[in-house]
Structure formats: structure tokens, C-alpha cells
Write a protein that binds this ligand. Structure first.
Ligand SMILES: [Zn+2]
Length: 432
């Protein structure tokens, strides 16, 4: 707070040279340093760090600019930080309208679109409720699906039963729908995602309380834009150590879901602007505290699309995977009020014991939970490829996840400075 006040005074007074020097001499807390980066990564110019309006490119540029500032070493022949690769992705850059009985629903709050949906538009469409409980087998489903008319919108209140009856997973359901428009009731929280493919239908998942009592009409306008070969970039920078060709890796994905239509952003503050800001903070720390081993910082892309960026890296590493002594992956580091969880703790018990020892001695966090293997973030394909490592995530916060409420203002960064201290001490242990 004091520093902020001081800067404000400097600005009001006109920034004199002396004023600038003394400002930089003031020590800035870890939390403030992480907060600044978190705010930048969730800025409106980042468009949710996804696949419309150059969101992920702007985020990649921001990370590379930080790496450059820290004079980190690049990994390509021309010394750049970017490792490019491609995958297909379905995007929604334009219209995203659903009105029921003439009342507009709010995208992101009242509904989300099935991410494999295609374009569709129509006005005053008749909504036909379907009782899927009556569909007891595949033959029954085929008969029902054949009766669908393209200009109607079909409403399903219970796809769980039909998936059970047809013996399919619920995430397969969009792909068995014929071309047309559908509304599916969602009783639980709306959680969006990104997909690499499209289905034949346009499907809205609507919050139960946003549904009308009586069905009349629907106005629909959705525009998808399928990119068969979207360029993506992993951003990789090195802080050389005394032993140059052996690495400790610190990784964190910077991509998020981007936008659902031209007006709805998924900021991804907790997931994973927080982890990326945290990683950038560690990079700035280690740039002035070089270690015995080189430090490799990787900002992965494509995590939200089946961990594709880290999977690509595991097959095309910039240094032999054997030269990575240990990897620390950070995904969701917004609030560690209830400590952190360590995935792979049971796989690497000696390292986990060391982490616990440091934490107990310094009283950094109230708990460090142990977890086994899990394919839930970017460590996964690297662990599978033989790189020892942990995935750490924080426990706390309001639980906003893959929704429009995951904003920077909701991220407290409670205790996150202590997680930083813990990881710094842990990595410094490799100096011995
Ligand atoms: Zn994530």
C-alpha cells in the first residue's frame, strides 16, 4: 500500500528523476509482483487468451517481453522463445444469441454453447420439449431423431437418462444429434471448454433458473469458425546455471478458453493467469539468483485442449528430456488459504518429503496435500515420458472455474507469496 501511495505522489508531483530512483529502491512484495502480471494477463487486450481476436498471441507476446526483460536465453536457432505447432480448433468469434419467448439470455451467465457446435440462425422458432426418459434403446432414439425437423428447436431436460439407456457417455451426446438446434437443461454450474472438432448440431446448455415456465419461441444466432490448422506457441526461456545442460523446469499454461461470441470473455484469472504470473515471478527471482543447474521456464499453450502443448513438447523437447532433473508445473495458484495439493507426491516420495520438511521448518503453508498420478495438467505427458516432477495447485478461493466469473478481482493471492518461498527453497535444494 505504501509503495502505491508513494507512486501516486510521484505521479501527482510529476515524475522527477530522483522520485523514480527512490521508487525502484522500495521493496515490492511478491504478492504485488504477481498481481501486476495477473492483471496484465487478464487485461481486455488478452481476450481470454484463446482463439479469437489474437488473444493467445497477445499473451504469448507479453510473456516473451518479460523473458526478454530478464535477459533469458532463447531456445530456437535464431534465439527466440517460441516453439510453434498446430492443432484444429472450433471458435465462436461472432454472433452468440439465444432469446426464449422474446427475452434475451445472457451468454456465459444464462447459457453456454456446446463447444463443438456449428453456426445456426432463426427467428420465432418453435420450441418442442422432448421427454428423453421415453427413449429406452438405440432403436427408440433413431426413431425420435428421424422425426426432428430442422426449423424447430428441441428442448431436453434429462439427457442423463437417455445416455444411460443408450450406454453412451454424456460428452458423446452432442455427436449423436442430427443437424439442428437444441437446448439442454443444466442444473449444475455452467462450465465451458474448447474443442478440436465440430458436431452437426447447435446446442445451448441453459441454466435451469433461466428457462421459461412455458415454451413458445426461440430466436437463435450463432456463428462458429472452425480453424483446421491453428498456430500455437509454447514460450520457453532459460536462465543458465553453472551446469548449463542440466535443467530444473518450471511450467505453467497461459492459454485459456478465449471468447464465446464477440461479447463474452472467459478471463481465466485463476486458470491460469495466476499460475503464469507466478511462474513469471519465479523467473524474475531466479534471473538475479542463478543456480547450479539451468532453469527452464515453459509457458505452455493448448492445455485446455487436451494438454496438447505439453504433449507436443514431450515429443519435441528443446533439450533431451533426460537432462530435466525435476519439473514443477503450476496450474491454478490464486488462493492458497488452505495450502496446496501436490500431484505425483506418491510417485516421488523423497522430493515430497523434502518439500514437507521445508514447509514445516518455515511454517509457510498450513497444509500440503499429497496426491497420486493424474492426467489433469501439463506435467502429465512429461511424467509419462520419464521426467520426474510435481504438479502443484492451490486450495482456496470461490471455485470459479472455466466460467465468466473467473476474473482477476476474484483472485485473492492469499498465501501465494508463501508458495513462492516454498518452491524457491525447494529448487535451491538442488544447489547442494
Ligand atoms: Zn488450467
Amino acid at each position: 500500500m505504501k509503495t502505491l501511495f508513494y507512486i501516486a505522489v510521484c505521479l501527482l508531483a510529476g515524475v522527477s528523476a530522483q522520485c523514480q530512483i527512490s521508487t525502484t529502491l522500495k521493496s515490492v512484495s511478491e504478492e504485488q509482483l504477481i498481481r501486476t502480471k495477473l492483471n496484465s494477463l487478464t487485461d481486455t487486450s488478452m481476450h481470454g487468451r484463446g482463439y479469437v481476436k489474437n488473444g493467445k498471441e497477445n499473451a504469448a507476446d507479453y510473456i516473451q517481453a518479460r523473458f526478454r526483460e530478464l535477459k533469458m536465453r532463447g531456445v530456437t536457432k535464431d534465439g527466440s522463445y517460441a516453439q510453434s505447432y498446430y492443432f484444429p480448433v472450433n471458435t465462436f468469434p461472432g454472433k452468440m444469441k439465444l432469446a426464449l419467448n422474446g427475452e434475451d439470455l445472457v451468454p456465459g451467465q444464462d447459457f453456454i454453447i456446446e463447444p463443438a457446435s456449428i453456426s445456426y440462425s432463426g427467428k420465432y422458432l418453435k420450441v418442442v420439449p422432448i421427454d428423453l426418459k421415453q427413449v429406452v434403446d438405440t432403436a427408440g432414439w433413431v426413431e425420435l431423431a428421424n422425426s426432428f425437423v430442422n426449423d424447430n428447436v428441441y428442448y431436453f431436460d434429462d439427457i442423463e437418462t437417455v445416455c444411460k439407456n443408450l450406454n453412451i457417455r454424456e460428452d458423446v451426446f452432442p455427436y449423436i444429434l442430427p443437424h439442428g438446434c437444441y437446448i439442454i437443461k443444466r442444473s449444475e454450474k455452467l462450465t465451458w471448454t474448447v474443442k478440436m472438432d465440430t458436431c452437426r448440431a447447435t446446442i445451448f446448455y441453459v441454466r435451469e433458473s433461466a428457462l421459461p415456465k412455458k415454451w413458445k419461441t426461440a430466436d437463435v444466432a450463432v456463428e462458429n469458425d472452425y480453424h483446421p490448422k491453428e498456430k500455437n506457441q509454447n514460450i520457453i526461456g532459460i536462465i543458465p546455471g553453472r551446469i548449463r545442460d542440466t535443467f530444473l523446469a518450471i511450467t505453467s499454461h497461459y492459454d485459456h478458453l478465449g471468447m464465446m461470441g464477440a461479447g463474452t470473455v472467459f478471463p481465466g484469472a485463476s486458470d491460469n493467469a495466476s499460475g503464469t504470473a507466478f511462474m513469471l515471478y519465479l523467473a524474475s527471482y531466479f534471473s538475479t539468483h542463478p543456480q547450479k543447474y539451468s532453469l527452464m521456464f515453459i509457458a505452455f499453450s493448448g492445455e485446455e485442449v487436451e494438454l496438447i502443448g505439453s504433449r507436443y513438447f514431450s515429443k519435441h523437447p528443446v533439450a533431451p528430456l533426460k537432462s530435466i532433473k525435476f519439473l514443477t508445473n503450476i496450474d491454478i495458484m490464486g488462493d492458497a488459504t488452505n495450502g496446496i495439493t501436490v500431484v505425483n507426491a506418491t510417485e516421488f516420495p523423497a522430493e515430497f518429503a523434502e518439500l514437507q520438511k521445508i514447509n514445516t521448518a518455515n511454517k509457510y503453508l498450513n497444509t500440503i496435500k499429497s496426491r497420486g498420478k493424474a492426467a489433469n495438467s501439463d506435467h502429465y505427458y512429461l511424467t509419462e515420458a520419464g521426467v520426474p516432477g510435481f504438479f502443484m495447485y492451490s486450495n482456496g478461493g470461490k471455485g470459479f472455474y472455466h466460467d465468466v466469473y473467473d476474473r482477476a478481482s476474484e483472485v485473492t493471492l492469499n498465501q501465494v507469496d508463501n508458495v513462492a518461498k516454498l518452491i524457491i527453497d525447494f529448487l535451491k535444494g538442488y544447489n547442494m
